[in-house]
Design a protein around this ligand. Structure first.
Ligand SMILES: Nc1ncnc2c1ncn2[C@@H]1O[C@H](COP(=O)(O)OP(=O)(O)OP(=O)(O)O)[C@@H](O)[C@H]1O
Ligand code: SF4
Ligand SMILES: [Mg+2]
Length: 332
């Protein structure tokens, strides 16, 4: 893609300074998202997906967390350097975020209508009556039933799926350049999941909104994303085109994740799961963080840390099985 990236994350490190020590939850992570692109971010629990997104939004709980180094360029503006006032402008205008549990982003004491109308009036010159009309239109557009009544209701009166639709409606109002969706469909049942994903795709197509979609579900990634990054213990271990990665995963962790996806065609057999657990970031001081769980681990893997290397244009992997000296794009 020739366009300039909307978001460029360069060598981002975010750590938590706890009584038990420093946890580098995100460790020298670099990636980019172009306008109109949907990037998937996958990895097991604790890999640093949410901390990456909170870093972009300027919402890392501080203390104990802090962006230690790196750059987060949103249309060239480094978000690690802007004031809290500017960051508040950026949130909701340029970047919107939807979470697994939308209650965390909706204000429980205001009606759905109030929140939507306020968002509309923040972005467009409209009086209250016009904004109310627009709110109802948008609510209908995202498939919210009986919008005229719903507008008077409070977030707790809505189902999880409806609340997520309200969040997408908010994002449509703001027309952000980037939408970060952190497990937006995990808490929802399968049919609603599909509807919410379709809505996000619509938002992406109609407004050219770039989307960073964090999910455990590789099926979801295959359906909506063009590129994907795979995170493990705070680092990117594989990155590339969804098609190439699914057809030809290179990192043993990605291979394991793909093997763990239930195959609807196979009715019998126990589902594969990668043995062992994700190590807490920072606890593995030496070697590849995946070594203890990796069936291909060699002696070297316990001593040295592999670098992320570009194998084919657009597919990079962090594993000694694929590393040759001339491939190394940067050392970590
Ligand atoms: N407030 C905090 N204090 C200390 N450590 C934290 C804090 N928040 C996150 N961490 C640590 O940062 C690491 C990455 O967490 P993160 O929430 O980004 O994982 P995740 O990939 O989003 O997982 P999940 O799939 O469960 O949402 C974890 O090891 C976690 O323990
Ligand atoms: S570097 Fe070694 S331990 Fe790590 S994923 Fe590759 S083969 Fe496995
Ligand atoms: Mg998370």
């Amino acid at each position: 893609m020739g366009s300039k990236p909307v978001l460029e994350v360069k060598q981002l490190t975010t750590a938590f300074f706890t009584e038990d020590g420093i946890i580098p939850a995100v460790d020298k992570v670099s990636f980019h998202i172009h306008q109109g692109e949907i990037l998937g971010v996958v990895g097991e629990s604790g890999c640093g997906k949410s901390v990456t997104s909170l870093s972009i939004m300027g919402l890392v709980p501080n203390p104990p967390g802090k962006i230690v180094s790196g750059e987060i360029l949103l249309n060239g503006e480094d978000l690690t350097k802007v004031s809290e006032k500017r960051m508040r402008q950026i949130r909701g205008n340029d970047v919107a975020m939807i979470f697994q549990e939308p209650m965390t982003s909706l204000n429980p004491v205001y009606t759905i209508g109030n929140q939507l109308i306020e968002a509309i009036r923040l972005h467009q010159k409209m009086d209250k009556k016009q904004a109310r009309k627009r709110a109802i239109e948008i609510m209908k557009h995202v498939g919210l039933p009986r919008a005229e009544e719903l507008i008077k209701e409070y977030p707790h009166q809505l189902s999880g799926g409806m609340r997520q639709r309200v969040m997408i409606a908010m994002a449509m109002v703001c027309e952000p350049k980037l939408l970060i969706a952190d497990e937006p469909t995990t808490a929802l049942d399968v049919t609603i999941q599909a509807q919410i994903l379709r809505l996000m795709k619509q938002l992406n197509e109609n407004y050219q909104t770039a989307i960073m979609l964090i999910t455990h579900d590789l099926g979801v990634v295959a359906e909506v994303c063009k590129r994907v990054i795979v995170m493990y213990a705070g680092k990117i271990v594989e990155e590339g085109d969804v098609l190439s990665i699914y057809e030809n995963p290179k990192h043993p962790y990605t291979i394991g994740l793909i093997k763990s996806v239930p195959d609807v065609k196979k009715k019998v057999g126990k589902l594969y799961s990668i043995p062992g657990n994700v190590p807490k970031p920072g606890t593995i001081q030496q070697g590849c963080a995946f070594a203890a769980r990796c069936e291909f681990a060699m002696e070297r893997c316990f001593m040295e840390t592999p670098s992320l290397v570009e194998l084919d244009p657009g597919q990079s992997v962090r594993c000694f099985l694929h590393e040759t000296a001339e491939d190394v794009i940067y050392n970590v």
